[in-house]
Design a protein around this ligand. Sequence first.
Ligand SMILES: *Cc1c(COP(=O)(O)O)cnc(C)c1O
Length: 410
Amino acid sequence: MSNDLKQEELPAVAGGRPVRDDFLPYARQWIDEDDVAAVSEVLRGDWLTTGPAVAAFEREFAARVGAAFAVAVSSGTAALHAACFAAGVGRGDEVITSPLTFVASANCALFLGARPVFADVDPKTYNISPKEIEKKITLQTKAIVPVHFTGQPCDLDPIHEIARRHNLVVIEDAAHALGAAYKGRPIGDLSDLTVFSFHPVKHITTGEGGMVTTNDEELYQWLLLFRNHGIVREREMLVEDQGPWYYEVQDLGYNYRLTDIQAALGLSQLKKLDRFLARRRRIAAKYNEAFAALPEVEIPYQAPYADSAWHLYVLALRLDRLRKSRREIFEALRAENIGVHVHYLPVYRHPFYRWLGDPDSCTLEGFYCPCAEELYERIITLPLFPAMSDRDAADVIAAVYKVISWARRG
Ligand SMILES: *Cc1c(COP(=O)(O)O)cnc(C)c1O
């Protein structure tokens, strides 16, 4: 039997004992006893759905990111949907976003009958490039959804400048970027609308949940309407007032409410955000230091205007210096019990988006972004979450070194 065949059979492709005995996931929540106690307290009280805990969570969250208003919703995806609705996105509009993101950043346009348009990423930051946004603007463009990929803020000044010039709404997808800053100013206070997610892999969790922040009172009112079926109760806003019981549905809204059970968890998690961020930064710094010395990989470039929240740590392989593919290196790291991932397949490559682009031939015409394509072929996400120990981080470093020495040329 040849060596090649043996390697196919054996999971431990780099050979020897795996670096770890147990599997280290790429991300995971951090729940303490005080989180459990906060949720239990709500369960013993009067309010389960949207009540005082949601209001308190919104207040604290807005204060934390420096925004005037925050509206809690049932997921980051709901937050994107609500933000697009508040921005007035509708049938026939175009919404420009990054191809290198979770599908929800583009789906939010489709939910409202608008068309997602992809502007390619910058080869250094992997964030949407203002120059590419400019190229994609048409008379139909309504909004830009910049995504702070991995937690590093996009270059917002030129994006805001483009938006002003073309009268567009900017909705930041900050699902990766709670705690990040652009030119020293916290993400959440800088654009018309900013969207966060509280999925368990994100900076803080409510199980499922999301938030939209804004400084605009009118947008705030639209967000409130949208998350609660389009219901209006304020007497002065009713079309006709039939009595104290009376409310009206004045738009097509959804039930996107967050519960008090979840908000209590959110509040208690928010208290620990600084600690979580410090751990993420410390692990990212360890990785940077270790991998800067490895010529077969590129560590994540950090722009001078950006202070990343380090949601993800993405290594880019220099495939010209490696005799193994990204897939082989990925599988070798998994065999070392390191829970690597890939973020992301360019959104327009998903079959649903291909059918959308051209239902007959499934081509990518109009969507294709060469920079995102090139990156997708060579990126690997390493485990990064605050509950990781220094020992866990050392295991990741050891595994990367082991696998890269196995995979390097010559
Ligand atoms: C997680 C995520 C979302 C969606 O958030 P959910 O809370 O899972 O709905 C949107 N955009 C990006 C970039 C994300 O990472």
